[in-house]
Design a protein around this ligand. Structure first.
Ligand code: XCC
Length: 633
């Protein structure tokens, strides 16, 4: 159940983290929960989005006595501008991920580096949909597709994205064209949004909000859908596999390497190298039973869902971003390879108390105090992976010399069935969406909810994600998870087929007939692109617009800027999008009203801000029932 976090236990929805929090207190190691408490009370101006620090006259804070900043900007302008800047950060970060995948596909196509294309069928389908000659040899076609994506990334703002033209549902394109938000290249959109949200350029809150929509569409189609598509071609399309989650999967007898971040390329290379006898022998020489690669956050979800293709031998998922300090504090982690985002500065403080080695494996990631980096290079990744494994074995030797008294592993773990994708669902259903749609029509499944995104300590770790998911499945709403929410749900055992027992009667019978859990793991946060494709496919099969579907989205514990861009993408797609905690927009009644009310008349989607997960589930269910009625279901 939802808790009001006050710095006392319970701090987390998971027994493992409760136990580890007690352990870190014993060790006098401050963690996220303690620092959260130390920050209270937090600044109300920042929370409401009405602090402007853009120019050297600032900071300006809006109050009834001072309703305008020194330049004359209103609360509406300041809030909208701050929101655009958040979304811009998110959009920019996704482009890095896409570029890394493009570089890797090109290396693989040239026969360089550790990867070979895993899904030629998808390559040919996508290439043909985007107008390439799908009959070319696979390697050449893959390189052309990667070049096409890079060209999309770099298009000018007035050159509409091909991916929107070719992949968006037709009714959506009309709506976006009317609003003037069909985007050009993401980099140009990022540049425009950053420029507009500078001091004294764009002070029109409505234009700023439209800028955010445009940016989010560019992000959604290229950063999310483009990246997911290329990753499937390179690493394989997710297929159902069994694994385990939570800190109890750690085994101190092994050299433990944690894959932590978002871009699963170096992690996959390390996993593949770690399977080789020569590397396992290195570990045994050091006295370990072998090497295990464990997942954390979104990189872990990426490995988990590809255990049938490039991630064979993966040992399971430890948790999400709030778990990271507690994971290191088990004393059983030898190396954390950190890629892209969500490695917190405090991870170093935890690692310093143990033998754990932190290594950045992405050129854009640097952690204060961490000198070691092996920046991913698609051509040299095999040798880099071997280097990382050697560093881990060295750290293991230090741990072994230290004795095992400092290792503390909470005994909790849960079985997981992961690896759902549109293709995997079609397979499970015998090749067509019809059986699923029939269950929705008959009402056994009332609708579908995408419960995705980060975890956030504001209301305690993972309480809202788990409670909302439970409430939705109880109401016969099929849940798709992605991002840190996936870990929350996995650790509580909700991604086992047996969790069908917790669902309402209708959903339970469908899940039991198919042998699937009531919460389907769609992977990492970039896999929100996969969910968008699934929504588009369902809308297409029913011959309606996505906004008409009995579907809703939620980011019940959103944290950072990528999630802001994702959320705006979901409302642009026409979905009711639940959000908690309360985003920094409440200082402007105009922006709040546009986002939570008026937007529905424009895109069909809107935000629902509700910190209480039970109330949020009720509102999402009511929305789904309304859509069913309108469709005559
Ligand atoms: Fe980071 Fe992906 Fe958010 Fe989790 S979900 S807190 S971004 S790790 Ni993407």
């Amino acid at each position: 159940m939802a808790q009001n976090y006050n710095g006392n236990s319970p701090v987390s929805a998971h027994r493992s983290i409760e136990e580890m929090y007690a352990r870190t207190r014993e060790l006098n190691l401050p963690t996220v929960f303690d620092r959260y408490r130390d920050q209270q009370p937090q600044c109300k101006f920042g929370q409401e989005g009405i602090c402007c620090q853009l120019c050297s006259h600032g900071p300006c804070r809006i109050t009834p006595q001072a309703p305008r900043g020194i330049c004359g900007a209103t609360a509406d302008t300041i809030v909208a501008r701050n929101l655009v800047r958040l979304a811009t950060h998110g959009a920019a970060a996704y482009t890095h991920h896409l570029e890394e995948v493009c570089r890797t596909i090109k290396a693989a196509a040239a026969g360089q580096g550790p990867f070979r294309l895993q899904n030629e069928q998808k390559l040919r389908e996508v290439a043909s949909a985007l107008g390439l000659n799908a009959n070319l040899p696979a390697e050449r076609l893959a390189a052309e597709l990667a070049d096409l994506m890079l060209a999309e990334l770099r298009k000018a703002a007035d050159e509409p994205l091909l991916l929107v033209e070719k992949l968006a549902p037709p009714a959506r394109k009309e709506i976006w064209a009317r609003l003037g938000v069909i985007p050009g290249g993401v980099l140009a959109e990022v540049r425009d949004a950053l420029t507009k949200s500078m001091t004294n350029i764009d002070s029109d809150p409505i234009d700023l909000l439209l800028t955010a929509l445009r940016l989010a569409l560019a992000t959604g189609f290229l950063g999310l859908i483009g990246t997911v598509t290329l990753q499937d071609i390179l690493l394989g399309t997710p297929a159902p596999t069994r694994s385990q989650a939570d800190l109890g999967i750690l085994d101190p007898a092994y050299v433990n390497i944690v894959a932590h971040g978002h871009v699963p390329l170096m992690a996959t290379a390390v996993l593949q190298e770690a399977q080789r006898e020569e590397m396992q022998a290195l570990a045994r020489e050091a006295g370990a039973k072998g090497i295990r690669v464990l997942g954390s956050m979104c990189t872990g979800q990426e490995l988990l869902q590809r255990m049938k293709t490039t991630a064979r031998g993966f040992a399971g998922q430890t948790g999400n971003w709030i778990t990271q300090e507690f994971l290191v504090a088990t004393g059983a982690v030898d190396l954390v390879m950190m890629d892209m985002n969500c490695s917190i500065p405090a991870l170093k403080l935890a690692a310093d108390r143990f033998h754990t080695r932190l290594v950045s494996v992405d050129r854009i990631l640097r952690l204060d105090g961490v000198e070691e980096h092996v920046d991913y290079d698609p051509v040299k990744a095999r040798e880099q992976a071997q280097e990382l494994i050697r560093l881990a074995v060295e750290a293991y030797r230090r741990r072994a010399a230290d004795g095992s008294s400092r290792v503390h592993i909470p005994p909790y773990r849960a079985d997981v069935l992961a690896g759902f994708s549109v293709e995997a669902i079609l397979d499970a259903l015998g090749g067509s969406l019809d059986p699923l749609l029939a269950s929705v029509r008959s009402g056994s499944i009332r609708g579908i909810a995408a419960v995705v995104g980060c975890t956030n300590n504001r209301n305690g770790h993972d309480f809202a994600s788990v409670a909302l998911t439970r409430e939705l499945i109880r109401r016969d709403i099929l849940v798709l998870n992605a991002g840190c929410v996936s870990s929350a749900v996995q650790s509580e055992g909700l991604m086992r087929p047996e969790a069908a027992e917790l669902a309402g009667e209708g959903l339970r019978s469908v899940c039991q007939a198919l042998g699937i859990p009531p919460c389907l793991n769609f992977g990492s946060c970039v896999d929100i692109g996969r969910i968008a494709l699934a929504v588009g496919a369902i809308a297409g099969a029913l011959g309606v617009d996505p906004a008409q579907l009995p579907v809703a989205a939620s980011a019940p514990e959103y944290l950072e800027q990528k999630a802001v861009a994702d959320g705006i993408f979901a409302v642009a797609l026409g979905l009711l999008t639940h959000l908690a905690p309360i985003p920094p927009v409440t200082g402007s009644s105009l922006v709040t009203k546009v986002l939570t009310e008026d937007l529905e008349n424009l895109t069909g989607g809107k935000f629902l801000v509700e910190p209480d997960p039970v109330k949020a589930a009720e509102a999402m269910a009511a929305h789904i029932e309304g859509k069913r009625k309108a469709l005559g279901l």
